[in-house]
Design a protein around this ligand. Structure first.
Ligand SMILES: [Zn+2]
Length: 378
């Protein structure tokens, strides 16, 4: 395959592609999984396709272009196929999406703006008078993905102007310790606390976050049943639980194997958290995000990663999980959310991370706290 860059010159979401290979026609029968084995070669082919051109179904996700690129590039790294990526082209594309103050940085910072990364080219367009474009600001999730991609392709983050990014990150933290994703106001929840923590960790600069306040916010999100809701008082959720535990880990509040340490002195309730996570493995072997929900490929990572951080991954039924995940493996490569459906890039990426946690041969080990391969995280 060639090494043409995914992002820079052409716009893959507008490329023509044989969509029948990628997403289901309206009334198609369930797809059989490709085999009873993890089909690494087909997964590499699938991600290569996504790297070169995204099918038009992703058009509405244009604003999340950096996130989609992260799934393709980091996914190829898990599959030990990063050589298929044109690293220089990727770096220059990612850096072109960094937000910089126009002139006087101090003035801009006082307006409360955040100078991270835009999610895509269209989000760099200026606001029009009709306020049609409302997302034209750098975003915490895009910034996390930008830094994750740069680390994955081996670009040193010491080369980027991170001072303004760290200083302006403070503008997003709220009095209760949570974070806005963009400075013009939006929902605040654990997802953006996690993005902020991962950004500070990767930049090796925590000046953008009041860690104590963030810690207090996270602890308030732990529910009576041991899991974490996205906001204080909400129902426990696999994604929120991952964001909480991974953030505390990156912030240095949860060290080592928690089950081997003094659980009673932990700032969170570890025994009930362990219990909640283990109960998320359903009778079909897969993991659900909440009680009474169907098993879904991505929770094999979100909940599995928490169990790995707690030291409790050894208590899951890994054979049963493997069996469930293989029913979500597409014969075209990639993973679907539920068994027998067509794959998408999000569930494919988390399928690969799940198989990495299961120590599938031929995959790179994964740093669960940071959401990158171990090699990229270092
Ligand atoms: Zn899912």
């Amino acid at each position: 395959m060639g090494t043409s860059p995914p992002p820079p010159g052409r716009d893959p979401v507008e490329e023509e592609v044989d969509e029948t290979l990628l997403l289901p026609p309206p009334s198609s029968p369930p797809l059989p999984s490709s085999s009873l084995e993890f089909d690494r070669d087909r997964h590499v082919t699938y991600l290569q396709m996504m790297y070169h051109m995204l099918p038009h179904h992703y058009q509405s996700q244009e604003i999340n272009r950096l996130t989609l690129a992260h799934f393709a590039i980091s996914g190829l790294h898990i599959l030990r196929s990063l050589h298929l990526v044109d690293k220089d082209a990727v770096v220059s594309w990612v850096l072109s999406l960094q937000a910089h103050p126009a002139d006087d940085a101090a003035t801009h910072l006082s307006t409360g703006q955040f100078f991270g990364f835009y999610g895509s080219r269209s989000s760099q367009f200026p606001s029009d008078n009709g306020k049609v474009l409302t997302h034209n600001h750098s975003h915490l999730a895009s910034t996390y993905c930008a830094l994750a991609i740069l680390k994955t392709v081996g670009y040193s983050l010491s080369n980027i102007d991170s001072k303004t990014m760290s200083t302006s990150l403070r503008n997003l933290q709220q009095p209760d310790g949570s974070f806005l994703p963009i400075h013009i106001g939006a929902e605040t929840d654990l997802r953006f606390v996690y993005c902020a923590a991962a950004i500070c960790f990767m930049l090796e600069d925590w000046s953008g976050m009041d860690k104590e306040k963030a810690k207090e916010y996270i602890c308030k999100c732990q529910s009576y049943d041991g899991g974490f809701g996205m906001v204080p008082g909400s129902e426990s959720h696999g994604g929120g639980t991952y964001c909480a535990v991974a953030s505390l880990r990156l912030m240095g509040y949860l060290e080592g194997d928690l089950l081997l340490g003094n659980v009673a002195s932990s700032i969170i309730d570890v025994p009930s958290l362990l219990e909640w996570c283990l109960q998320r493995q359903a009778s079909d072997g897969g993991f659900q995000g909440r009680p009474n929900k169907a098993s879904d490929t991505c929770y094999a990572f979100w909940v599995g990663a928490v169990l790995r951080m707690l030291g409790g991954y050894k208590f899951i039924d890994s054979n049963a999980l493997r069996g469930f995940l293989l029913t979500c493996q597409s014969k075209y490569g990639g993973f679907s959310k539920f068994p027998g459906e067509f794959p998408d890039i999000y569930h494919s990426f988390y399928g690969y991370t799940a198989f990495s946690l299961l120590e599938e041969p031929g995959l790179n080990p994964f740093c669960v706290e940071l959401g990158l391969t171990d090699a990229a995280a270092l």
